[in-house]
Design a protein around this ligand. Structure first.
Ligand SMILES: Cc1cc2nc3c(=O)[nH]c(=O)nc-3n(C[C@H](O)[C@H](O)[C@H](O)COP(=O)(O)OP(=O)(O)OC[C@H]3O[C@@H](n4cnc5c(N)ncnc54)[C@H](O)[C@@H]3O)c2cc1C
Length: 408
């Protein structure tokens, strides 16, 4: 196989899925994945969950070397794509090589948002995106007694829940007006706040971190907050969201916004270059979106593979997402961010909650805590039915499963 085929930059969930789907579709030209990480593509979600407990990397690997060899998918590890030459249709790599391509797929993901926080260079200050960072955090956490987490988003709360269950003193600091503010309704924020506090996690919101405190020899001792309060901690996790890795695209003259800009078929302005996964800013019915989820990464990858082999498919899915925060399973079906009306069903004798979200009078999705059957019902409703209103749910006593039965 010597002719140019598909080069994929980024060996994460999306990049690997493009390769696997292309082979499934019978694509027989070379496929090369360029990955700047030193290990084969793996699942990231467990890094803030089970991996912190068991450190078992083998369970995270998406395909072993033998399976990749059998599929003739070549993964170049610890190799960075440094520049794209669109005229020559080639990518130059950190090891000095140049790879020609017929189609190029950008699957570069995101990186943690860096806060301009003094003291971030102290020992025992952590970020969490890669296996290497997770391993460093896992090791440090086993020796830590008190942990401060900057950022009350999914990753911050997942790690907080794990650390608390391991007996650590945990404080979460959130600058926004509530935890998970950008991702879920106020009802779900308030519910999770109450559950995590009940478990002994201290959570403060509407307060910024001022700087990380440490000793002269570089050890972390705590966090100074904007109101001059001090949170004692011997480990700090910075978890203030992620920014898309779009520099390579920008350097090649491709358009970027909140990520790499693509059209409905997930193609950039260059017809030979596509983008998939967390790094992508794509058009959706209610405006452009960038999603950070496994489902989105996998489904975009499949869509691009179909388009590379000759399709012209517009990307469209009913999004879903999960976040396991210790004993609490948060699930989101549909696009609930931006909801202007929310119906809440709460079961008093349990931790279960469902928040049914509407925008402009129309049902847009459901956020659930510890209610997986409601989550699945919501996905069915979103896939099958359009235009459901608040009244439809009220008439069904907010019972999503019965509505599935009656909706056509
Ligand atoms: C700790 C954690 C927990 C998560 N939990 C959940 C969850 O519970 N549910 C859920 O749905 N999603 C979760 N996610 C999000 C999910 O993991 C991502 O949506 C998914 O991994 C996106 O895949 P991707 O391939 O787009 O990006 P990534 O998996 O980030 O892969 C991108 C790869 O490209 C590499 N790269 C970047 N630039 C270059 C370059 N120039 N050259 C070579 N390689 C490059 C990066 O190093 C990286 O390896 C979690 C993420 C993290 C970090």
């Amino acid at each position: 196989m010597t002719q140019p085929g598909v080069v994929i930059i980024g060996g994460g969930q999306a990049g690997l899925q493009v390769a696997l789907s292309l082979r499934q579709l019978g694509f027989d030209k070379p496929i090369q994945i360029v990955s700047d990480e030193p290990v084969l593509p793996y699942q990231r979600p467990p890094l803030s969950k089970t991996y912190l407990a068991d450190g078992n990397f083998d369970q995270l690997v998406l395909r072993g070397q033998a399976a990749l060899d059998a599929q003739q998918v070549d993964v170049l590890l610890a190799t960075r794509a440094e520049a794209i030459d669109r005229k020559a249709r080639s990518v130059s790599l950190s090891d000095g090589r140049t790879l020609p391509y017929e189609h190029l797929v950008l699957a570069t993901g995101t990186r943690p948002r860096r806060l301009p926080l003094a003291g971030s260079d102290l020992q025992n200050v952590h970020e969490l995106r890669t296996l290497a960072q997770a391993e460093r955090l896992r090791t440090a956490m086993s020796a830590a007694a008190s942990i401060a987490i900057v950022g009350g988003g999914f990753i911050g709360l997942e790690v907080a829940a794990f650390a608390r269950s391991a007996g650590k003193k945990v404080t979460v600091i959130e600058a926004g007006s509530r935890i998970l503010e950008r991702s879920v309704s106020a009802a779900v924020s308030a519910h999770l706040l109450q559950l995590h506090r009940r478990d002994g996690i201290e959570i403060r919101y509407r307060i910024g971190a001022g700087r990380i405190l440490g000793t002269a020899d570089g050890r972390v001792t705590g966090l100074l907050l904007a109101d001059d309060a001090v949170v004692d901690a011997d480990l700090v996790l910075l978890a203030a969201g992620a920014v898309p890795n779009d520099d390579l695209a920008r350097g090649a003259g491709l358009q970027t916004g909140n990520g790499i800009l693509v059209d409905t078929a997930l193609r950039t302005l260059d017809p030979c270059i596509w983008a998939v996964g967390d790094c992508v800013d794509f058009p959706a019915p209610r405006g452009r979106l960038r999603l950070e989820s496994v489902q989105n990464a996998v489904e975009q990858a499949k869509c691009v593979a179909r388009n590379i082999v000759g399709g012209n498919e517009a990307f469209g899915i009913v999004p879903w997402f999960w976040s396991d925060q210790g004993r609490y399973k948060l699930q989101i079906a549909g696009l609930t961010a931006g909801a202007d009306d929310v119906l809440v069903r709460k079961t008093e004798d349990s931790d279960r909650l469902a928040a049914i979200c509407f925008r402009d009078g129309t049902f847009t999705g459901v956020e659930t805590v510890n209610a997986p059957a409601d989550h699945m019902a919501a996905r069915t409703l979103l896939a099958r039915t359009t235009g459901l209103t608040r009244k439809d749910f009220e008439d069904a006593n907010l019972d999503l499963k019965s509505l599935v039965g009656s909706a056509t």
